[in-house]
Design a protein around this ligand. Structure first.
Ligand SMILES: *Cc1c(COP(=O)(O)O)cnc(C)c1O
Length: 408
């Protein structure tokens, strides 16, 4: 295998580590040289049930022998079933299935705009978002995310998104105009650095929406589907949205997303108004139902919460032992972050040296996103590897510090 580089035919958009995985088992990945890696990245919160989960493998194989794809011009029984189950377990009354998180958000934006249009307010199309947000990489979702590094060079920013500082209710209130259609937030920011929006802020956002006739949109692409220790993170606050984008964990590794909405919010999304070729096809829906079988099984989310508690406590110990490297532990459930005092890329690389996979985030944070099926032993093993990485880092900086002092 040639290492990725200037001769690669691939777009150079990803800076890839020079390792390729051949197979996986639960929380472990095995690379092409046979080496084992502890996967606390889960393909960025996607492999909720780990790798090669028997129920998912069996379901995918069985469905593959029946029918992979039919278009949405026909009824798809498993699509109806997954929608019924999502509706039964959330605030929502309606679902639209997509292939990705960004598409789920695109559907959310169109739902919100169309709602106001149908209610006689076509001028209401703007959505308020929060600084540090990440909503995807399409033209509309980079505008919603508002991060300059993702917008640069891609022409005029799609109009209709107004960003306010993180967790600033006064700024949200000041940003509401006669053109505002809704407010969009991630209850727990993932890419932004595992920043939890406090429940009282979510309640205040709900109140502002109700006062002004706006729709509240949650992006639970990363924090949803059991990742926070509840089925959806909004349950921690008791605040329900009108529209919600879901993806990542929902397919357990199969590309799948969904936009969920109340009956009122979705009422104007009539036949022909929106569409997708692949979204909700039989293969995706079979896997989606299988993921849900496991996540909604008795005791599953309780176990995620117990694992989270154990992991958080152990990580607090790591922070105490290495105050030169770590500042704090953040997050809920198994969406945890270590705020680092060194560059995140350096920390991530140090963990990788211990064959522990983690994910970089903003705000100086390394994300720890084990599969939700992670065992207590695997959590202990990860903590051991984090300690080992920290010790190696401290030792190497002490050595280079001594060398610098000597040469001075
Ligand atoms: C990953 C992510 C998205 C985008 O999902 P894609 O499947 O990459 O399009 C949107 N919002 C949040 C919060 C995410 O974490």
């Amino acid at each position: 295998m040639t290492a990725p580089g200037s001769t690669s035919p691939l777009y150079a958009t990803f800076s890839r580590a020079d390792v390729a995985f051949e197979r996986g088992e639960g929380a472990w990945l095995i690379d092409s040289r046979g080496e084992r890696w502890l996967d606390f990245g889960s393909g960025i919160a996607v492999n909720a049930l780990g790798h090669a989960h028997p129920h998912l493998v069996e379901t995918l194989k069985a469905q593959a022998e029946k029918v992979w794809h039919v278009s949405n011009a026909f009824r798809i029984p498993d699509q109806e079933r997954l929608a019924e189950r999502l509706v039964a377990n959330t605030f929502a009354d309606r679902c639209f299935f997509t292939n990705s998180g960004a598409e789920a958000l695109e559907c959310a934006f169109k739902t919100v705009r169309r709602y106001h249009w149908a209610n006689g307010h076509p001028e209401r199309f703007r959505i308020i978002t929060m600084e540090g947000a990440f909503h995807g990489r399409t033209l509309a979702t980079i505008a919603a995310g508002g991060q300059e590094k993702y917008l640069e060079g891609f022409g005029p920013k799609v109009d209709g998104f107004d960003q306010v500082p993180f967790n600033d209710i006064a700024a949200v209130k000041a940003a509401v105009t006669a053109e505002t259609a809704g407010i969009l937030v991630e209850p727990i920011q993932g890419e932004g650095g595992v920043r939890v929006i406090p429940s009282e802020t979510l309640r205040a956002l709900r109140q502002i929406c109700d006062e002004h006739g706006l729709l509240l949109i949650f992006d639970e692409v990363q924090c949803g589907y059991g990742r926070s220790g509840r089925f959806f993170a909004y349950e921690w606050s008791g605040v329900t949205p009108d529209v919600m984008a879901v993806a990542k964990g929902i397919g357990g590794g199969f590309p799948l997303g969904a936009c969920l909405a109340t009956e009122a919010a979705a009422a104007a999304m009539k036949a022909g108004v929106h569409g997708t070729t692949y979204g909700g096809n039989p293969l995706a829906m079979a896997v989606g139902n299988a993921v849900l079988d496991v996540i909604l099984a008795d005791g599953f989310l309780e176990r995620v919460r117990a694992a989270s508690l154990r992991f958080k406590q152990s990580l607090a110990g790591v922070v105490d032992r290495h105050p030169d490297l770590f500042e704090e532990v953040r997050g809920e459930g198994l969406l945890l972050g270590l705020k680092c005092k060194r560059p995140v890329a350096e920390m991530n690389a140090a963990f990788r040296d211990q064959h522990l996979l983690t994910v970089a985030a903003g705000d100086g944070v390394v994300r720890l996103l084990p599969p939700l099926i992670v065992s207590d032993d695997e959590i202990l093993e990860a903590v051991k590897r984090i300690d080992a990485a920290a010790t190696a880092l401290s030792a190497s900086s002490a050595a280079s510090g001594a060398a610098a002092a000597k040469s001075a």
